[in-house]
Design a protein. Sequence first.
Length: 299
Amino acid sequence: MAPTSTPQTPFGRVLTAMVTPLTADGALDLDGAQRLAAHLVDAGNDGLIVNGTTGESPTTSDAEKTELVRAVVEAVGDRAHVVAGVGTNDTRHSIELARAAEKTGAHGLLTVTPYYNKPPQEGLYRHFTAIADATELPVMLYDIPGRSGVPINTETIVALADHPRIVANKDAKGDLGRASWAIARSGLAWYSGDDMLNLPLLSVGAVGFVSVVSHVVTPELRAMLDAHLTGDVRKATEIHQKLLPVFTGMFRTQGVITTKAALTLQGLPAGPLRLPLVELSPEETHQLKIDLAAGGVHL
């Protein structure tokens, strides 16, 4: 059974886009995934995104994706929303992944904008609608034009919001003006997908975060969110400013790389990366330690 949700917060408020732990030889570390999932929920996450970009989904097989969903649902499924990333640039493939995730026990779906093939807005509308039609699970759109090459225009978001199972959007567009209009007109639950903009997006109507830095600072993000919700703008701003070195340091290079390095430094399950991602250099690791320490993260 999925954890309690509301229309305003269908997946909770603080979710981590979870890395996929691997063994030394590059295989799935399902035990490590379960331990990491439990750790993140214990730290204060309402939900976990598995098989997203931060989970190295471009390099995991369909079978591995299913195994990972099953393992994480088994570990935390009664305590947190487990949302499966099923987005690809092939609608038929995304539907297959969505149906497999539903059968495996996922509580929701994350569907990224199709990348590389650059569909027009009508293609985006039909793609997302087809995925939402394929299961009974609630759907979170994922708008990240910096990776996909195509934004989901506000008019398209508003049209998609009419679908009963499209309930949320993960916003990594980096445009507060467009976000403001889309939130106001669509009524979707809005989640920040850009850690540096977590607090600014709350100010224009976002309900929470799908975060990468929450691998190491969930309690702080939760405190910032709670302060904002109770009207303590000064405290929320102070926490945001304290975390600036973490926001910066975790994205000096590709986020999966730094996140796995940070988890390893903390003795948590992570493991190696799959090519084309590569480990941090010693110099980059040293800088990451400086950045995390400056943000109050203990290693």
